[in-house]
Design a protein around this ligand. Structure first.
Ligand SMILES: *Cc1c(COP(=O)(O)O)cnc(C)c1O
Length: 238
């Protein structure tokens, strides 16, 4: 981790401005100029000072994928910004069942709910309001990539709906490497339409990363998870 006094990255503002412009452009092409997706800047492996700089540039939603790095960063950012409102932390990575409750203590949204044990673990969290979650769908045949397979989707959605501590926002996915992203994101959109019959309010779609967010926008993404295109190259895993 860098130290609190680290100088800001002079390229950061330019990269952020370019990504914002591309989001506006892709949204206009998709006929949704007045309905821009939410941007979650993925800051995993980057120091808290980068988050502070992004907040100064107007961002307020950040994505993290590893606990406890994420918890430490959330606390460090709160310390750097004593007078400003806390940002939203979105946990976008796979969640170990025995860490779920700890993550729910600082995250405002979990994007990778993908199995019944995880929902069970979150059933007893105590919060003033339900925790926003996305169910992650797996678009590959490899169970290790995270996400629920097609046959397990409805049962998992039913389980989340029956869990009062959680509020289902919609589906999340990562497009498989080497596949056509339009095709992958269209599949997510179709699964999302399918679950509306049991979860009419779960309309959100968390999809689109640095390399494929334009495609995700064309398929209806409501939440983009963009890292490197904004933050620059990630430092190696700490
Ligand atoms: C790292 C990560 C991202 C951001 O990826 P980039 O290619 O850096 O934009 C998005 N979603 C998840 C689940 C991630 O782990």
């Amino acid at each position: 981790m860098a130290e609190p006094g680290d100088p800001a990255d002079p390229e950061l503002a330019g990269r952020l401005a370019r990504v914002r412009e591309e989001i506006r452009d892709a949204s206009a092409r998709a006929g949704r100029a007045d309905d821009l997706p939410a941007l979650i800047v993925v800051t995993k492996f980057h120091p808290a000072t980068l988050v502070r700089d992004l907040i100064a540039l107007g961002e307020r939603r950040f994505g993290e994928s590893r606990h406890p790095e994420s918890r430490e960063k959330a606390a460090a950012v709160a310390g750097l910004l004593a007078d400003s409102p806390a940002p939203e932390w979105h946990f976008v990575g796979q969640i170990q069942t025995n860490k779920a409750r700890q993550i729910a203590a600082y995250a405002s949204c979990l994007h990778a709910i993908d199995r019944p044990e995880l929902v069970n673990a979150l059933a007893s969290i105590s919060r003033p309001s339900p925790l926003d979650v996305f169910v992650q769908v797996n678009l590959t045949d490899d169970a290790g990539r995270g996400g629920v397979d097609d046959a397990g989707l409805e049962p998992l959605v039913e389980q989340v709906l029956a869990t009062p501590t959680l509020r289902l926002r919609g589906l999340m996915a990562v497009a498989p490497l080497g596949d056509d992203p339009d095709h992958a994101f269209e599949t997510v959109r179709r699964r999302s339409e399918r679950i509306r019959s049991i979860a009419p309010e779960a309309t959100a779609l968390s999809m689109g990363m640095s390399g494929d967010f334009r495609s995700a926008i064309s398929q209806g993404a409501t939440h983009l998870r963009i890292g490197a295109a904004i933050t620059g190259k990630r430092p190696r895993r700490p």
